[in-house]
Design a protein around this ligand. Structure first.
Ligand code: ADP
Ligand code: ASP
Ligand code: MG
Length: 445
């Protein structure tokens, strides 16, 4: 069977019994073979994370109460989805089993690995309820456990070889239906333990699956009509961008556009498979198409990422020496910490990271090269547009829009389609609004 599409539905898209019914209708309408990737119902992963936080702190009663509350909510959803007695009993028994499993951790000594097992239950619940619902409606479907094929290697990167082989084998097995339902987000690690692709990771699951299956299109169905030209959580009157290139979308996702997991464009780009962002609440809308090339425009979209730390290394005698940058980068490599932006002068290097876990040893090692200054609580603003050197006025307009806002670092010239600007986190909203009103209001949206 040739599976031509992978469709991923996010938390809000499957966030209630009514939404499950609607998505079931959407995925079963045309009878085309497809793989459907589901997130947990909205709020569930947060609730499961909260339960694990209680357990970390040894607060068993709170963990028990939160588990009971989540279970009660799901029992109500099951009653709504399955009015007939027999399927209701089946769904109820399934939910009880899941919540008994979660409760089984509450009585034991808590081990960090168990966190992943608990958090994984959200996607297991949503996919199983969808599967039961489809069966109940007489729609043939196969429920494929992601834990049987999705795996990351020791560096946390998808193990593409294993995933491709396992998925092909599982899909070729007798009895597999054209409609396949699987879990996003969850996977196994290199030693086979339950793991996940980090928060928002269902998009990444869908892109990995679409990439290894070489489908025609990967669709990400969510609660908004595509990638907007600015963050709708902070700026009013944003609007959807109709076409983006893989590189433009990857920059926006990496720099904070929550609609896409930061890594989710890469598997699609690698396999040259278009990604379409669609709105479950308005399925007729064309959404955003992410593909190999897209028409350039002075300004396309803006995103921002918080929690950035800037590290400045000041050294009067070593900076011009060749090999110095390599030594600095090696420190970050040793501590597996990616650098987001970098600016250099004759006497100093400024670079930014978003993963502070190894900050202390990094600073210690860097101190052998010069004086170190750290600044926290910064945001990177990423403006995607046409920043080729032949279009000098474009950067001037972006900077003019930010004339009232102190800029700590500007990263321009590395990418032709984006510029990154570092501001204090408290200035972020103001910066986003200023960019939107000056760059888009009179622009050819
Ligand atoms: P899902 O649960 O479907 O994965 P998410 O909440 O992860 O949905 O992502 C969709 C949300 O991303 C939108 O509701 C919106 O608030 C937020 N968002 C942030 N930046 C953008 C952007 N540039 N375009 C569209 N949505 C964005
Ligand atoms: N359920 C997971 C989360 O909330 C994965 C996802 O929604 O993509 O992070
Ligand atoms: Mg998401």
């Amino acid at each position: 069977m040739e599976y031509k599409h992978v469709l991923k539905f996010g938390g809000t898209s499957v966030g209630s019994a009514q939404r499950v019914r609607e998505v079931a209708g959407l995925i079963s309408r045309d009878g085309e073979p497809k793989v459907v990737v589901l997130s947990a119902m909205s709020g569930t992963t947060n609730a499961l994370v909260e339960i694990t936080s209680f357990l970390y702190r040894g607060e068993r009663q709170q963990a028990m109460a939160a588990t009971r509350q989540l279970e009660t909510g799901y029992m109500a959803i099951a009653r709504d989805l399955f009015p007939a007695e027999e399927p209701a009993l089946k769904a109820g028994a399934f939910l009880r089993e899941i919540f008994d499993y979660i409760r089984s951790f509450i009585d034991k000594e808590f081990h960090p690995l168990q966190e992943k097992c608990i958090v994984a239950q959200g996607e297991i619940i949503s996919t199983t309820l969808m599967y039961y619902y489809l069966l109940e409606k007489g729609v043939a479907a196969t429920l494929l456990p992601a834990l049987d094929f999705m795996r990351v290697d020791k560096d946390g990167e998808p193990d593409y070889f294993y995933i491709r082989q396992s998925l092909n084998r599982l899909l070729a097995a007798p009895g597999v239906e054209p409609l396949v339902i699987t879990q996003g987000f969850i996977c196994r690690n290199a030693v086979g333990e339950i793991d996940n692709l980090k928060r928002g990771g269902s998009d990444y699951s869908a892109a990995i699956i679409g990439g290894v299956m070489n489908v025609n299109e990967i669709q990400i169905w969510t609660d908004i009509d595509g990638m907007h030209n600015n963050d709708p959580r902070f700026v009013e009157n944003t609007s959807a961008v109709r076409v983006l290139s893989f590189d433009e979308a990857a920059e926006l996702a990496y720099f904070g556009a929550k609609i896409l997991h930061p890594s989710s464009v890469q598997p699609a780009k690698r396999a040259s498979i278009p990604v379409r962002l669609k709105n479950t609440l308005n399925p007729g809308d064309e959404g955003t198409l992410i593909t190999s090339d897209s028409p350039t425009r002075d300004f396309k979209a803006i995103a921002a990422k918080d929690g950035i730390t800037a590290i400045k290394i000041k050294s009067s005698n070593m900076l011009l020496a060749y090999g110095f940058l390599r030594k600095v980068f090696e420190v970050f490599e040793t501590w597996k910490t990616p650098i987001d932006t970098i600016a250099t002068s004759e006497v100093a290097i400024s670079l930014t990271i978003d993963d502070e876990r190894a900050l202390e040893p990094i600073v210690k090692e860097l101190e052998t090269y010069g004086a170190i200054e750290i600044e926290r609580a910064l945001s990177i603003i990423c403006v995607v547009g046409d920043f080729r050197a032949t279009r000098p006025g474009v950067i001037a307009r972006a900077l003019h829009a930010l004339r009232e806002i102190p800029l700590r670092v500007i990263s321009y010239g590395a990418s032709e389609h984006s510029v990154s600007l570092l501001v204090k986190q408290e200035d972020k909203r103001r910066a986003l609004v200023a960019l939107s009103s000056e760059l888009f209001d009179n622009d050819n949206r």
